[in-house]
Every structure is written in structure tokens, then in C-alpha cells.
Design a protein around this ligand. Structure first.
Ligand code: PLP
Length: 330
């Protein structure tokens, strides 16, 4: 496998790919395969771990004492950062745009277990937490602890290397299975996974068309983020990285009422997927994206005879804060 930077190895890799037979039959369209990146670990789980392996290596190289990052109170990325910090013996501090829950649920409960420090900023939009991270970094520095800031979603050129590697892994598995994937589909938020998957297809010679189902931002935002990350990748790691044009699409038709908001249809779909496939997907990320895939199958975008690889990017702990919404559906 091509190596572009140093990383530490924490994720359980390769994650399996399996054919979701019942879900495919139920949706009546293409053959759906699932790449189980929800199985990169337990506390240290989901898509972010692949990116954090690179950030953790850089933080250790720089002699950092605390990993600082940001997200919503139920951020999987923040929880994974806290877990990685605990694994490598560093402190972690999470700047969370939302209110502090009295009794922490889901990911926030795990943040506490992993020993993360927290700063809550009620009402702060996700894209406006960078300044608060700088402030937090300043207070650690003053106490003699070297801070290392990981951007929102670990989404920059360094982080995207995690999904460039994942595409090499998928290329190998695809050869072993004798299956080529016409499409690769997954949840897209801060854009690092999307950029890594598209760049990874180009680097490893996969012809699959990539669809990121946006869970938060409009396609123009995601396109601009991808361009920014591609430019960083060319500057720092892969000077001859080809253009991504025509290789991917961002579909923002399934954001619904907004980031983290779940319609009754989405809740029922998540329940049905769990009972059909024993697959746990959450309303904010993987469930919304799979719901989007189902919606596009119904519209005929993905057709019978095609093979679709859905990357399950994790997020199961994010199911728990939605228990009340599920209550009426059992
Ligand atoms: C479970 C899960 N899936 C998908 C994503 C989206 O990844 P990205 O932010 O790299 O677009 C996230 C981001 O937090 C996530 O937690």
C-alpha cells in the first residue's frame, strides 16, 4: 500500500464487507454490499478512527500532551478523539456546540468515561468552534501542557489520508471477492471522508462512482471543502493527484429538517434495517445516508443489476438519545 505519512495503528483493519441480501431484496434495486467501518473498534469506532490514526501520530511526534477537537454534544468524532487520546496516554478536551446534559447520553456519556475535559457552547454552530478551540489550547499551554488541535471532523488533507488507505483496502477486497462496485455511497458531513474516498479511488484505480449523502451542508459547501482538501493533498502528499471532476456527487436531498433532525419515516426505516439485517445505523449519519440510498433506489438512480457499496461509517451510540422518538414505533 502506498504510504503518504506516518500513522499509528489503532483501528481493527481490514473491516469486513458483506452482501446485505435481505435489505437488497427489500429495496428491490441493486445488490447492496456494506463496508463495516462501524467495526473499526468499539469505543474507538467508526470512520473517524482512520483519520485520527494520522493526527495521533503527528501529535505524538510534536510532543503534545492534549488532543483538542470540537463537534456537537453527540459528536462521534469527539468521542473517538477522546478514546484515541486515552489509548495513547494523552489528555483530551472537547469543545462542544450545545448545552451540557445533566445526565450524559450516548457519545457524551462515553466522552466522560474516556476522561475528556469539555467546554460547552450552547447555540454555537459547528463551523464556528475553531476560535473556542484556540482559547482552550491557550489555557493548556499556560499550564505547560502542549496542545494539538484536530479540526472539525478531522477533515483536512492529513485526515483524508485515512480514507485514501480505506480505498486501497476496498480495492483488495473487491479483487478477492470478485465483485466490482459501480457505486460507493456513504454519509458526508465535514467532507473529509468524501475527499478521502474520491482521492482514494483516483490513487488506487477504482472506477466506482462516489455519492456522498450530505447530512448537514449544501453540495456547494461540500464541493468547496473537497477542492480545499484536494489542494492540500497536492501540496503536501500527492503532487500528481488527478482532478475529481465527474467522479462524485453530493446529494443533499435527505438532510430533512436539518443536521441531527430525524423524521418519523427515518426513524421507522432505521428500525426496519435493524430488524432486517441486525445493522445499527443512527439518525444523524449512517441511518440518514442509508435512507437516502433507499430513496434514490426508489427513484431509479441506482438500478437492478448494479452493485452498490455502502460504507457504514458508524455512529451507533448516537441512537440512544433518540429513544423517545423510537418509543412509538415498537
Ligand atoms: C458516524 C459518522 N458518519 C459519517 C460522518 C461524516 O464524515 P465526514 O465528517 O468526514 O464527512 C461522521 C462525522 O462525524 C460520523 O460521525
Amino acid at each position: 500500500m502506498k504510504k503518504f505519512a506516518e500513522k499509528i495503528c489503532i483501528a481493527s483493519l481490514p473491516t469486513p464487507i458483506y452482501r446485505a441480501e435481505r435489505l437488497s431484496a427489500n429495496l428491490g434495486g441493486p445488490d447492496i454490499f456494506i463496508k463495516r467501518d462501524d467495526m473499526t473498534g468499539v469505543g474507538v469506532s467508526g470512520n473517524k478512527v482512520r483519520k485520527l490514526e494520522y493526527f495521533a501520530a503527528e501529535a505524538l511526534r510534536e510532543g503534545a500532551g492534549v488532543l483538542i477537537t470540537c463537534g456537537g454534544p453527540q459528536s462521534n468524532h469527539a468521542r473517538a478523539t477522546a478514546a484515541v487520546a486515552a489509548r495513547i496516554g494523552l489528555l483530551s478536551h472537547l469543545v462542544l456546540g450545545g448545552p451540557c446534559e445533566k445526565i450524559p447520553e450516548g457519545n457524551l456519556f462515553l466522552d466522560r468515561l474516556f476522561g475528556a475535559g469539555t467546554t460547552f457552547i450552547p447555540g454555537a454552530p459547528l463551523l464556528e468552534l475553531a476560535e473556542a478551540m484556540e482559547k482552550t489550547a491557550g489555557s493548556y499551554s499556560r499550564e505547560g501542557v502542549k496542545p494539538y488541535i484536530i479540526p472539525l471532523g478531522a477533515s483536512d488533507a492529513l485526515g483524508s489520508l485515512g480514507y485514501i488507505d480505506a480505498m486501497g483496502e476496498i480495492q483488495t477486497q473487491s479483487k478477492e471477492m470478485g465483485v466490482t462496485f459501480d457505486h460507493i455511497v456513504f454519509a458526508s458531513g465535514s467532507g473529509g471522508t468524501l475527499s478521502g474516498v474520491v482521492a482514494g479511488c483516483l490513487v488506487h484505480g477504482l472506477d466506482s462512482h462516489v455519492t456522498g449523502i450530505s447530512v448537514a451542508f449544501p453540495p456547494e459547501w461540500s464541493d468547496a471543502k473537497l477542492e480545499e482538501i484536494f489542494s492540500g493533498l497536492r501540496d503536501k502528499f500527492i503532487p500528481d493527484l488527478p482532478s475529481p471532476s465527474g467522479r462524485y456527487k453530493v446529494n443533499a436531498a435527505y438532510i430533512g429538517e436539518g443536521y441531527g433532525k430525524a423524521s418519523p419515516e427515518l426513524i421507522r426505516f432505521i428500525r426496519d434495517v435493524a430488524s432486517l439485517e441486525a445493522l445499527l445505523v443512527d439518525p444523524t449519519y449512517s441511518g440518514k445516508a442509508l435512507f437516502g440510498l433507499a430513496g434514490e433506489i426508489a427513484k431509479g438512480t441506482f438500478k437492478k443489476g448494479e452493485r452498490v457499496l455502502f460504507i457504514h461509517t458508524g455512529g451507533a451510540f448516537g441512537l440512544f438519545p433518540y429513544r423517545e422518538q423510537f418509543a412509538g414505533e415498537f
